[in-house]
Design a protein around this ligand. Sequence first.
Ligand code: AMP
Ligand code: MG
Length: 398
Amino acid sequence: MLTTSEASAAILAAMPGFETEAVPVASATGRVLQQSVVAERDQPPFDRVTMDGIAIAFADFDNGARQFLVQATQAAGDSVLTLEAGKCIEIMTGASLPNGANCIVPVERIRVNDDLAEIEANYEASLHQFIHPRASDHAKGTELLTPGTRISPMDIAIIASCGMTEVEVSATPTIRVISTGNELVPAGEPIEPHQIRMSNGPAMIAMLEQHGFADSNHDHLVDEPEILKQRIAEHLEAASVLILSGGVSMGKADYIPEVLNELGVEVIFHKVSQRPGKPMWFGIGPNGQAVFALPGNPVSALVCCRQYVIPALNAASGLHEPPPEFASLAQEVTFTPKLTCFLPVKLVSSVNGQSLAMPVHTNTSGDFASLSGTAGYVELALEETTFAAGTGARMHRW
Ligand code: AMP
Ligand code: MG
């Protein structure tokens, strides 16, 4: 049986990367960049004035001049003027510094009468003040964004500033979420006392969507090998990622591993030394489809989806791996099985900025209602059985 880190590594090694596609910048937020974004121009592209006021030659001020004849006005976007000797140009924030000027005196520090601007007594000006020098942020040709960046609104500003109308991003995979089980009845349909409401499908679709994978459809299949085989074959034709839940344990009606095998899906592993989610199965289909078969228990399905499916989809999208996050256990935890424990927690911050993980007891891995309000789960190593309060643990946010 694989450890959790071996399982993650096996998935990442087997997972084919997604294609790339060009999308309009307006719809690129949240997508994973697949190209470098390089500065189109110097930034700022010219010596940029950062205050409304007057532009002067500092030498005039230094030589004692405090009154300047207003030669002209230059606003942001106006062509660049040339300052005449001893005069000033009324200037606006965002304008390009007039030729011959090297000092801006803010409008609050001057009085203008007719064509004469007078600087307030005792005002101290300095050379180059209120000028944002050309290329001082970055030079033309600087790589501003690298492939593997999840595009944020701030990145959209960068992309737009480079004059780009489209960007190359990783294509969104077509995903099928498949709930298996005779007992499952979807919301909206009448239900018998011995049946179970289907909740994994909608929850996993929501989780995928929250992580930027919105192209997913759901199907419900009963535990009949022939039907499973036929319908899963159709899904393998139509999608590049299949996420099944249920039917992977050792019960008589757990047909999924056998059916996948018959469909030519190569098993990479079955079972991971973890709780919840020990029966998890992963394989690669004949056309490189990634097939995750998760246990049906709702806590197991959600933890496995977050722990294995989401990182695999992120990696296949080329996303830079995010740095690991840690939290301190707020109370002692004992966990005796020789398994890695994924323990759902709420997170609170201490006054000194520490993240404290408050364990949330789930009444078996079927108790999904207790997950509401949890931030995610901590990962407790399989070698240990007692984890003292204050122990630092790897935190995985939903
Ligand atoms: P299985 O992994 O098929 O043995 O299912 C384990 C438990 O999870 C059973 O109690 C199932 O009824 C329940 N279960 C399986 N799939 C779902 C689902 N999609 N929604 C809610 N419960 C489920
Ligand atoms: Mg089942």
